[in-house]
Write a protein that binds this ligand. Structure first.
Ligand code: ADP
Ligand code: MG
Length: 272
C-alpha cells in the first residue's frame, strides 16, 4: 500500500533508491501540483534520537538550495515511521535509464549534460555542500516544453546520516567511487572523479571499470588500473583531455574545481 501523507495524494511508485522509496503524488489543495515524495524509514537513520534531529536540520538547509540544475525540495514532513521529503517532480527519468535506452550519448549531448552538472556543482561548492554519491541514478531528467532534457542533481547530503548497514549498501557499488574514498581519506574532490566516471559512461555506454565481481572491481580501482577507451572510441581532443583530467586516480593530479569550471571544452560561460 502507498504511504498516507497529510496534504498529498500518492499516485504511483517512481523508484527505490539506496535508502528510500520515492512516490509520485499531487497536492490536495490548490493547483494540484505534481510532486515526488521520498520516504526515508526512520529506523534506517542513525541513532534514532539525535541523528533524526540533525537530519531534519540538514533537510531544512537543503530547502534553501534553489538552482535550475538541482532538484528543488519544496517541503518535508515526518510521522512516527518515516521522514518525507517533497521535491519537484522530474518527468524524464534518471540519467541511468537514459544511457541504457540509447546505449550511449552523443558527445554534443554529453557536453550539455556536463555543463548542467558543472553549474550545479559550482553552486553547491559556493555553499560548501559536497555530494559524495554522484552517479547516473542520482541525476534526474526533466523534459522541457521544447523537448530538451534538463539535468537536475538529486539525492545529496544524506548519506552520512544513514546507519552503517545502509551505508554499506549505498557503497554497494564502487563503480562511481573515487579511489581515495575506498582508502577512507578523501575530500570534495571525490565528486570530480565521479563526474569523470559519469562522463565516460555517457560516452561509451559503460563505466570505465566494469568487472565480473565486486572484489575484482575494488582491486582494479585500488591498484589504479589504467583507464582505457574502447577501441572504436572517437571523441574530440578537448573531450578526451577533460575526461582524463577528471579520471586521475591521485586527487592531487586530478583537474581542480577551478580548472574544471574554466575548462575550454566545457565552456561553462556559454551554456545554452
Ligand atoms: P535514494 O536516496 O534512496 O537513492 P533517490 O532520490 O536517488 O533515492 O531516488 C530513487 C529513484 O527514484 C531515482 O533514481 C529516480 O528514478 C526516482 N526519483 C527520485 N526522485 C525523483 C523525482 N523528483 N522525480 C522523478 N523521479 C524521481
Ligand atoms: Mg539515489
Amino acid at each position: 500500500a502507498f504511504p498516507k501523507i497529510d496534504g498529498y495524494v500518492v499516485t504511483e511508485k517512481l523508484g527505490t533508491g539506496s535508502y528510500s522509496t520515492v512516490y509520485k503524488a499531487y497536492t490536495k489543495v490548490g493547483a494540484r501540483t505534481v510532486v515526488a515524495i521520498k520516504c526515508v524509514d526512520k529506523s534506517r537513520v542513525k541513532y534514532s534520537g539525535t541523528a533524526v534531529d540533525n537530519l531534519i536540520t540538514e533537510i531544512s538547509l537543503l530547502k534553501k538550495l534553489t538552482h535550475p540544475h538541482i532538484v528543488h525540495m519544496k517541503n518535508f514532513t515526518w510521522d512516527d515511521k518515516n521522514i518525507y521529503i517533497i521535491t519537484e517532480y522530474c518527468c524524464g527519468g534518471d540519467l541511468s535509464n537514459y544511457i541504457h535506452r540509447y546505449g550511449r550519448v552523443a558527445e554534443k549531448q554529453v557536453r550539455y549534460f556536463l555543463q548542467q552538472l558543472a553549474s550545479a556543482l559550482k553552486f553547491l561548492r559556493e555553499k560548501g555542500v559536497v555530494h559524495m554519491d554522484l552517479k547516473p541514478h542520482n541525476l534526474l531528467l526533466h523534459k522541457g516544453s521544447d523537448g530538451k532534457y534538463i539535468l537536475k542533481v538529486a539525492d545529496f547530503g544524506f548519506a552520512s546520516y544513514m546507519t552503517d548497514a545502509v551505508q554499506r549498501s549505498v557503497r554497494g557499488s564502487p563503480l562511481y567511487m573515487a579511489p581515495e574514498m575506498l582508502a577512507g581519506q578523501y575530500d570534495a574532490r571525490v565528486d570530480l572523479w565521479s563526474v569523470g566516471v559519469i562522463m565516460y559512461e555517457c560516452l561509451f555506454g559503460r563505466a570505465p571499470y566494469s568487472s565480473v565481481s565486486m572484489k575484482e572491481l575494488i582491486d582494479k580501482i585500488q591498484k589504479q588500473a589504467p583507464i582505457e577507451l574502447p577501441r572504436n572510441a572517437s571523441i574530440s581532443p578537448g573531450c578526451r583531455k577533460l575526461l582524463f583530467g577528471l579520471l586521475q586516480h591521485d586527487p592531487d593530479k586530478r583537474i581542480t574545481y577551478e580548472d574544471f569550471f574554466n575548462d575550454e571544452y566545457l565552456d561553462l560561460e556559454h551554456m545554452p
